[in-house]
Design a protein around this ligand. Structure first.
Ligand code: 2M8
Length: 414
């Protein structure tokens, strides 16, 4: 697809967003991901806001058309059936219209909605006012159904958005994937299998999915007895920032935001429990018994976004980042489990880089923020709008003409 695009990169990025538009929502990339994904869509909206503010708001509105009555915003909304993706709507069995998955994804929507609103306060006022109660209900869901231990936990690696990163290895090791039966993956028909999660990961992803489906997505049961439950520094920092941004939005709209302020304060008080002195960084924790994961990946550095960084974290950032050349690696190259091209086990992800850089910039690390922008821009200029990149040699990986890479080009990297 890249060959047919305009020679101007800004225009190429806009063409990718328009090309991945399926009418009110954007797919992450053609073929590999034919549905609406939660955090991809929030980034898409941010990208659209640079040239079509109305379309930006529509993207978020369509995403919230999949919201559940308990406030959860699912990680996939299956607007139109497509046999090119597995597991599709019939596997998730949500029993809803539109059909959806049964788990959520990183709550970046309020953070990006605030930035979108700032681009055109007039045009956005009614749109954000209508979205506000829906965002609030979703944040309440996070608080009630995921933050019981003091920080945010995920019930499935897919809920974290960082699917197969080494953070989840200890939790995944306890999941029995031996009884999921035969199934046909579709992802490896679209992209190089060596850049995707392995079969043993997929067996376990399905086992966790089946547990949720078989109990009718009963959140209490999933939290109490589900096969996987781990605290996630990534979602914790994103949610903390998102609570604060939603409170700012609410204040501007004249709402009482004390509830949101309370959730943010509680979450902030929980952050120190994620600090693992052994690895000198924020670390995932297994709530099914095994303690810290012992890994410092890109999620730890989302702490800047939530104003939760420490001098020790600054030091850790330099160490890890200096082991690579093209943006922040999703896993530490010096740690066990690192794989520079296998999805979330090491590659540099432009979207995550954009969030880390936003935090760095705000916290007075302008030079580091600029370095992250420069390194991310360099691989995009050289190779195109790929899903992710090898952080050591810049090799493009995964899907091409990728929506969120195009979006962060327009808003930040370009
Ligand atoms: C990836 O995840 C999906 C499952 O949700 C998959 O591999 O099938 C992740 O990178 C996730 O963060 C992302 O939202 C999704 C679509 O880009 O792809």
């Amino acid at each position: 697809m890249t060959d047919r695009l305009s020679p101007d990169l800004d225009e190429q990025a806009r063409e990718i967003l328009r090309g991945n538009d399926r009418g009110g929502y954007t797919v992450p990339t053609d073929g590999l991901y034919p549905y609406q994904w939660n955090w991809d869509s929030a980034f898409a909206a941010w990208g659209f806001s640079t040239f079509d503010i109305d379309r930006a708001w529509t993207e978020l509105e369509t995403l919230f058309s999949g919201q559940w009555e308990d406030g959860m915003v699912p990680h996939i909304v299956f607007h139109k059936d497509d046999p090119g993706y597995f597991p599709g709507p019939e596997v998730w069995g949500s029993g809803r219209t539109p059909p959806t998955s049964g788990i959520s994804q990183p709550p970046v929507a309020a953070i990006l909605a605030r930035l979108i609103w700032a681009r055109d306060p007039e045009a956005g006022r009614d749109r954000i006012a209508a979205l506000y109660p829906k965002l609030l209900a979703w944040h309440r869901w996070w608080k009630r159904d995921r933050c019981g231990s003091g920080v945010a936990a995920v019930t499935h690696p897919w809920e974290s958005g960082r699917d197969n990163c080494p953070d989840w290895d200890i939790g995944m090791a306890k999941v029995d994937g031996s009884n999921v039966g035969e199934y046909q993956r579709r992802d490896t028909g679209h992209v190089d299998a060596s850049m995707r999660p392995r079969k043993e990961d997929y067996d376990r992803y399905l086992a966790i999915l089946f547990f949720g489906r078989d109990c009718g997505w009963d959140q209490r049961e999933i939290i109490r007895n589900g096969p996987f439950l781990m605290e996630d520094p990534g979602i914790t920092f994103i949610l903390l920032r998102a609570h604060e941004d939603l409170a700012a939005i609410g204040r501007e709209l004249g709402h009482d935001v004390s509830e949101l302020e309370g959730w943010a304060a509680e979450l902030r008080a929980g952050v120190p429990q994620l600090w693992n002195p052994q690895v000198q960084g924020y670390d995932a924790r297994d709530l099914r018994g095994d303690g810290f994961a012992g890994r410092v990946g890109s999620a730890a550095f989302l702490a800047y976004l939530a104003d939760a960084a420490t001098p020790a974290l600054d030091k850790r950032m330099d160490e890890i980042w200096n082991r690579v050349s093209y943006g922040f690696p999703s896993a530490d190259p010096a740690a066990e489990g690192f794989d520079p091209r296998r999805y979330w086990r090491g590659p540099s992800w432009p979207v995550v880089n954009s969030l880390i850089a936003l935090g760095l910039q705000e916290r007075g690390h302008a030079e580091a923020a600029e370095r992250l922008r420069r390194e991310t821009a360099e691989v995009i200029k050289k190779h195109g709008f790929f899903e992710y990149f090898d952080p050591i040699d810049g090799t493009p990986c995964g899907g091409d003409a990728f929506t969120w890479t195009a979006a962060i080009w327009l808003t930040w990297a370009g």
